[in-house]
Design a protein around this ligand. Structure first.
Ligand code: BG6
Ligand code: MG
Length: 220
């Protein structure tokens, strides 16, 4: 049986995690909340709404629904200003190499992202056509670490969870993949992502041999 490959977007395929951080940092500064890069780890893979809830909890701030939505909008507008001019140069190293290898081997591929901006970003960097299906923040109601996004992707690919491989840069994303019963691959700091089945700093460390091992081991 052919395995299905599922990719997170922000911080795995494109270097957008830094823009999410900058947009949250700006809002945090305005609200007088201290927000560090370490705090930002908890925001990775987590929906926009949940991120704002966490930020307000950090600052002990209560907000009306209107105010909450206004801050959500403000963060997203700042984020969109950062990604407006995005192009292929923001694809993370060797990602196209891996996508191309999998495509050549007719491996079904899905995007599994919490972002509501996933499609326009994939279009900007010209990678949308690699994916057989895109499951993003517009379709899921339960944020990672809930496995909903990956389970939906596996369903759409027609591949059982135990035959799926997930690439993730977020702690919450690795947890989601693991609880979906999928093979999790951590991209980034192995200390933070110690729950992943395999760890790599980035895609330059992923070679054809490793991919072949996955293709043989996960699909069978
Ligand atoms: C995830 C990011 O991919 O998408 C999170 O890791 C982000 O940091 C989430 O909050 C939601 O993104 P968006 O684009 O819908 O605000
Ligand atoms: Mg991510």
């Amino acid at each position: 049986k052919t395995p299905g490959f599922i990719f997170d977007l922000d911080g795995v395929i494109v270097d957008t995690a830094k823009y999410h951080y900058l947009a949250w940092k700006k809002l945090a500064d305005e609200l007088g909340i201290e927000f560090t890069k370490e705090d930002n780890e908890r925001f990775k893979g987590v929906s926009r709404k949940r991120c704002l809830e966490i930020l307000l909890e950090m600052g002990g701030i209560e907000a009306s629904k209107e105010q909450f939505n206004a801050w959500l909008l403000e963060k997203n507008e700042d984020y969109l200003a950062y990604i407006e001019t995005m192009d292929e140069t923001e694809i993370l190293p060797d990602v196209p190499k891996v996508l191309q290898y999998l495509r050549t081997n007719n491996i079904p591929m899905a995007l599994g992202s919490a972002s509501k901006n996933a499609r326009p970003i994939l279009e900007k960097v010209n990678l949308l056509s690699y994916f057989d299906t895109v499951v993003d923040g517009n379709e899921v109601s339960k944020a990672k670490p809930n496995p909903e996004v990956f389970l939906k992707a596996s369903e759409k690919l027609g591949t059982k969870p135990e035959h799926c491989v997930v690439f993730e840069d977020a702690l919450a994303g690795i947890e989601a993949a693991n609880s979906a019963g999928m093979t999790s691959i951590g991209i980034g700091d192995a200390e933070i992502l110690s729950n992943a089945k395999f760890n790599f700093i980035d895609f330059t460390e992923i070679d054809d041999d490793f991919l072949n091992t996955l293709l043989d081991g996960v699909g069978s």
